[in-house]
Design a protein around this ligand. Structure first.
Ligand code: ASC
Length: 133
């Protein structure tokens, strides 16, 4: 087919967010250890930055709940597109801040930036995603 079905778009979105969550878990698990594994964190931070920039492509028009596909994405993603774009930019900027901190390998600084990154995840979920069942 020329276009992906909404269910394929939803599947792709879930897969991309799973990978993003796995990368963030790598960062957080490493920071809980006795000393940060700097190279591992740098690699995970780069994946997070790449994901944060690609994220707008994970929400093609027609892949919301109006399609009938099972998704926790709220229609607000498309009806308040400027607000969604702003949230994505906030996330991408903080992902870049984490990546810069990863160049230093400084544990406490990394922890602060990782916490701020988690807040940008949550901020978007609170507005644009249905809560868990
Ligand atoms: C995660 C994850 C999120 C954020 C959020 C932080 O690891 O999957 O959505 O952190 O829980 O508050």
């Amino acid at each position: 087919p020329l276009f992906a079905a909404p269910t394929d778009d939803v599947r792709n979105r879930i897969d991309r967010f799973r990978e993003l969550g796995a990368s963030f878990k790598t960062v957080n698990d490493s920071l809980r250890g006795s000393e940060p594994q700097t190279v591992l964190i740098q690699m995970a931070a780069r994946q997070i930055v790449n994901a944060s920039r690609d994220l707008p492509n994970w929400f093609p028009k027609g892949s919301g709940p109006e399609s009938g596909a099972k998704t926790k994405t709220k229609p607000l993603v498309w009806t308040q597109a400027a607000k969604f774009k702003s949230a994505q930019i906030t996330f991408a900027n903080q992902a870049a801040a984490l990546q810069r901190a990863a160049q230093t390998g400084n544990g406490p600084i990394l922890q602060g930036e990782a916490r701020k990154l988690g807040a940008t995840c949550k901020g978007c979920h609170d507005t644009f995603r249905e809560p868990r069942d």
